[in-house]
Design a protein around this ligand. Sequence first.
Ligand code: PNS
Length: 163
Amino acid sequence: MSVKRALVPGSFDPVTNGHLDIITRSASLFDEVRVVVARNSSKQPLFSLDERLVMLEQVCSSLENVTVHTFEGLLVKYAELNGATVIVKGLRAVSDFEYELQMALMNRRLADHVETMFLMTGAEYSYLSSNIVKEIARLGGAIEGLVPKSVEGRLRQKLAERP
Ligand code: PNS
């Protein structure tokens, strides 16, 4: 029987509890899950690629079938080269849908054997995003419970280092 390998792609700047929920649920659905961090995102990240990888590796360490990688260029190309047949995305609200549908359809056009699957985010994370967590932290608000404990400290430290 062939191994079902899925990708959970993103910028993860930084990983939130919403991401971790999607990664954990994907790990129970597939034989292998690769969390893949985009190297060439158009966004200006707060954390370096290495910092994001370290945080992800820490929070995924208890998930035996999950590994963390980076990718550059087209996600479906990475999927093809690495034997992954599924891309998993989390959907929070209707506002995510239009953009995600566009990406899923374009990815299918590029590689019709790579399927995109959507997991509805847990209700408690439906308002969460890396950007909103960074903003709350920057403005001195409480971020407990929004990101993993190990990320909380790194986020506070990172913002303290900044002018
Ligand atoms: O966490 P993000 O920033 O929403 O993740 C977006 C990401 C990295 C998953 C998306 O931008 C992506 O897949 N980029 C890779 C480039 C690519 O394949 N583009 C074509 C998508 S239609």
